[in-house]
Write a protein that binds this ligand. Structure first.
Ligand SMILES: Cc1cc2nc3c(=O)[nH]c(=O)nc-3n(C[C@H](O)[C@H](O)[C@H](O)COP(=O)(O)O)c2cc1C
Length: 171
């Protein structure tokens, strides 16, 4: 079976924290590439698009080379991190000034990795992504949420990671 090319975009306030750990573990299974948004200068959405020379467009062109895009974020106040939200806001650029790129999202698969200290994520956390992917015409393949009381303990999530990656393969 050929592997679906996959990129995992990590948006967390720390590059070696729980979300990054989860992303790396999933990436290993899927032979996916991992992108850390902290390595890029991405300004908040601007109605005048004065930030179009920052790293967002170049990064997005790279991301669009993959068939599956997995968003990985900690749950901060029941929501995506500000780092991830800023990235998501900028996807609006693709609907307004780079429409040819925006259209390419329609053929992509999407999934979500989340971490948080709550045993279960708030429903609104996943819903933000479900609705956004639906709006963008991306095929949502589901979420893996890792409950991390403190640090990410790999052994606690092995089974869930296997199940999640197998489910992605099956879709
Ligand atoms: C600003 C902030 C807000 C948080 N809000 C929540 C929350 O609403 N629900 C939750 O379960 N955990 C919350 N947490 C805990 C983190 O989601 C959890 O520690 C996560 O695994 C951290 O991932 P990271 O290491 O990638 O930042 C919050 C942590 C921070 C720093």
């Amino acid at each position: 079976m050929t592997e679906t090319s996959t990129v995992i975009i990590v948006g967390s306030s720390r590059s070696t924290g729980n979300t990054a750990e989860l992303a790396i573990a999933v990436a290993r299974k899927l032979k996916a590439s991992v992108i850390d948004l902290n390595q890029y200068q991405i300004a908040p959405f601007d109605y005048a698009f004065k930030n179009r020379e920052d790293d967002f467009l170049a990064l997005m062109k790279q991301v669009l080379g993959f068939e599956r895009i997995i968003f990985a974020t900690p749950m901060y106040w029941y929501a995506p991190s500000a780092t991830m939200k800023t990235f998501m806001d900028r996807i609006s650029d693709l609907l307004k000034i780079e429409k040819n790129l925006g259209r390419q999202l329609r053929s992509k698969k999407a999934a979500l990795l989340g971490t948080g200290c709550d045993a279960e994520p708030a429903a609104c956390f996943e819903q933000v992504f479900q609705l956004t992917f639906a709006y963008l015409g991306m095929a949502y393949q589901g979420m893996l949420y890792a409950h991390c009381e403190n640090e990410f303990i790999h052994a606690q999530h092995l089974l869930a990671i296997d199940k999640f990656t197998e489910a992605l393969h099956a879709q």
